[in-house]
Design a protein around this ligand. Structure first.
Ligand code: SF4
Length: 117
């Protein structure tokens, strides 16, 4: 909701069968780019300054995925690094000057975010 750094850092590639060109696929094919006979990627992510075409908003401020329900498997499997198991999350956030997510503690009592590490 507020980050989106991974959507604007990595190439998001996956098997073409996840697109709606396939009977069981969900990802809108027109939002993808063909890489080879087997694989496609989200348009906009196969460039020097990646940014997925489905990403709406400003990274680190307020973002959303315009195809959230139909997003491809890499997006479903990429975990926010809340417990230190996904350093790629930290790398993506660092590109945008954001601290690793696991050093942010959300205080429900006052709604403010606090750095605790
Ligand atoms: S499809 Fe959605 S979740 Fe996946 S990279 Fe694009 S904006 Fe991010």
């Amino acid at each position: 909701m507020t980050c989106g750094a991974c959507c604007a850092t990595f190439r998001v590639s996956f098997y073409w069968g996840e697109t709606d060109d396939s009977y069981f696929g969900t990802v809108p094919q027109q939002l993808t780019q063909k890489l080879n006979h087997q694989r496609v990627c989200m348009s906009g992510t196969n460039q020097k300054q990646p940014r997925c075409v489905a990403l709406v908003g400003e990274v680190g401020q307020e973002v959303s995925c315009s195809i959230y329900q139909q997003r491809p498997s890499p997006c479903r499997e990429f975990l926010a690094n809340q417990d230190g198991v996904n350093p790629d999350c930290d790398k993506a956030r660092a590109r945008y000057g954001l601290v690793p997510i696991h050093v942010i503690d959300i205080e429900p009592s006052n709604g403010e975010q606090e750095i605790v590490a």
